[in-house]
Design a binder for this molecule. Structure first.
Ligand SMILES: [Zn+2]
Length: 301
């Protein structure tokens, strides 16, 4: 009898948790965005401003790092570094105002487009019930970035196929897949299809980056030989970061044209900072009207 009571409790807990999770997703009619990349901080750098804007506008936004970042340091490594970076990512997510910043437990510097990792990506997209999926382009100097891009591309379409990764219910409609920007020219330069002005959330982006201490104040300056230039004072450090960002994020000529398309000439001229996205050919192909629906900052125009 005791055995049956135990079984009953287990089944009840299972039914309660499944109905609870289904209940929340059905009642939640927010537009759902998921960005999937290689390392804890990639998403912040490439689309932190847009993610913060969408979150402010009521979107459900999730970041997923496929690797745990356990190779990204000159003195630390392994499980302790992964733990540190997971905490930094959680703090960055909080500062951006997004719903969740998840870090999957795959090794940094060793990512390959393997089937079991593709399945992890498919599960993430499905369980988030994503309307928009953002990934990296598979042209990049870093093999983890390249393969993170391939993994997301390989999940496009498969997310609607019920017999693939059947432990997670398939999506009924293929999301829009977008690439985050990069400067690589071969084999194809990045196309600035969608350009978002991020002046409003620029400081949130700086603050999110500031949370990745092991990276922005230790590892990345060490790689570029600037470790001695990192200030000790927390505000001076943030300013150091801000100045580094400003150089890289100022609106380019290509971005200016995109801003004018989406915001109109007058409003576009006011932006100093922007983030760009390219439409991936493998997911749903949105019309211009649908892009304006998906990106609420463009709706007024
Ligand atoms: Zn990276």
């Amino acid at each position: 009898m005791k055995k049956f009571t135990g079984l009953f409790i287990i089944i009840s807990i299972f039914l309660f948790t499944t109905s609870f999770s289904q209940g929340t997703s059905e009642e939640d009619d927010r537009i759902r965005v998921i960005a999937i990349f290689a390392h804890p901080d990639d998403g912040d750098a490439k689309m932190g401003g847009t993610a913060a804007l969408l979150a402010e506008m009521g979107y459900a936004v999730k970041f997923v790092s496929i690797t745990n970042g356990d190779a990204g340091h000159h003195k630390e490594g392994g499980g302790m570094l992964a733990k540190r970076r997971r905490a930094e990512a959680a703090e960055a997510g909080r500062r951006l105002g997004i719903d969740e910043y998840k870090v999957l437990d795959n090794h940094d510097g060793e990512l390959l487009p393997e089937l079991h990792i593709r399945q992890q990506v498919i599960r993430e997209i499905r369980s988030w019930n994503a309307d928009i999926v953002l990934g990296l382009r598979p042209n990049d100097y870093h093999p983890d970035h390249r393969y993170a891009g391939v993994l997301v591309q390989d999940a496009a379409y498969m997310v609607v196929v019920p017999n693939v990764t059947p432990d997670t219910p398939p999506l009924r409609k293929n999301p829009v897949f977008l690439y985050m920007a990069d400067g690589f020219q071969k084999p194809n330069p990045f196309s600035h299809d969608i350009v978002v002005g991020i002046d409003e959330t620029f400081e949130k982006k700086v603050n999110a980056f500031d949370a990745h201490e092991s990276q922005v104040y230790e590892w990345l300056p060490w790689v570029s030989g600037n470790l001695d230039k990192v200030p000790d004072d927390p505000e001076a450090r943030k300013d150091f970061l801000r100045k580094g960002f400003i150089g890289r994020m100022t609106v380019s000529d290509e971005q200016r044209a995109g801003l004018e398309k989406w915001y109109g000439k007058e409003q576009a001229a006011k932006f100093r900072y922007a983030e760009s996205f390219e439409i991936c050919e493998y997911g749903k192909q949105p019309t211009e009207k649908e892009i304006r629906e998906l990106f609420p900052m463009f709706r007024k125009n």
